[in-house]
Design a protein around this ligand. Sequence first.
Ligand code: FES
Length: 260
Amino acid sequence: MSEREAKFPALLAELRPHCERLIAQYERKRSALLPIVHLFQEREGYVSHEAMRAVAAMLDLTPAEVESTVSFYTLFFRRPIGKYLIQVCRGLSCSINGAPEVMARCRERLGVGHLGTTADGLFSYEEVECLAACDRATCAQVNLEFVYDLTPAAVDAMLDDLRAGTATVRPLVQTDPPGAIWSIRQDEQVATGTKALGSRGVTNPNNAGGVGDAAGLIMLDRIVNKTVSFHEATRERAVRDSRAVRDVVEEEEAQAHAGH
Ligand code: FES
């Protein structure tokens, strides 16, 4: 039994009154699921099996129901994670504005790839979709706090500060040592073939993510080299994605043609 497992009954006893207050706020017990899971993650650093079982018992749910909810949200971790989770945006604005160099520097400095954790358990790393701060590309989040205008040199400074403990970002709680891959989702995606390791290998440009996807690279290349405009790229995806949208586009084209 690990130290965390041994301490779990005491943690549960401590959190139970908070959980009961949360449950009392809702008409249905199960509505308190997300805030209660957050409570456990804050204290254990991730959502352990013990926590999922305890939450299920409190809310009259099955552990599978709790796990299916926890697994849906990317902000819940089902495995121990590094003290600093670095999430670099690989969306299109960031990709055009230096994200490939920033991601390369992160991978090189950390010595891990997408969804990896450093051997000392300090950093976990992830390449994510648009963080909705496109005007400050390239951006990232460290433990959900934004970092803007990143360059490879800024990555060096950021990692040095985090490692030295001089950054303002608070470390995440760590009650179990993390493994080399912190995301169960990643293993599931690789096992089912829906994504290759590091998200590379998806080859449909009409399903492009960012530069982490082969598809994103193809689409980015076509836009940067002006073989296709943003408007055309969007329209091309829309036309291929949906018959309904295609009908609308074709109708608009026919109208525009008739107007000339
Ligand atoms: S593309 Fe990076 S924040 Fe939007």
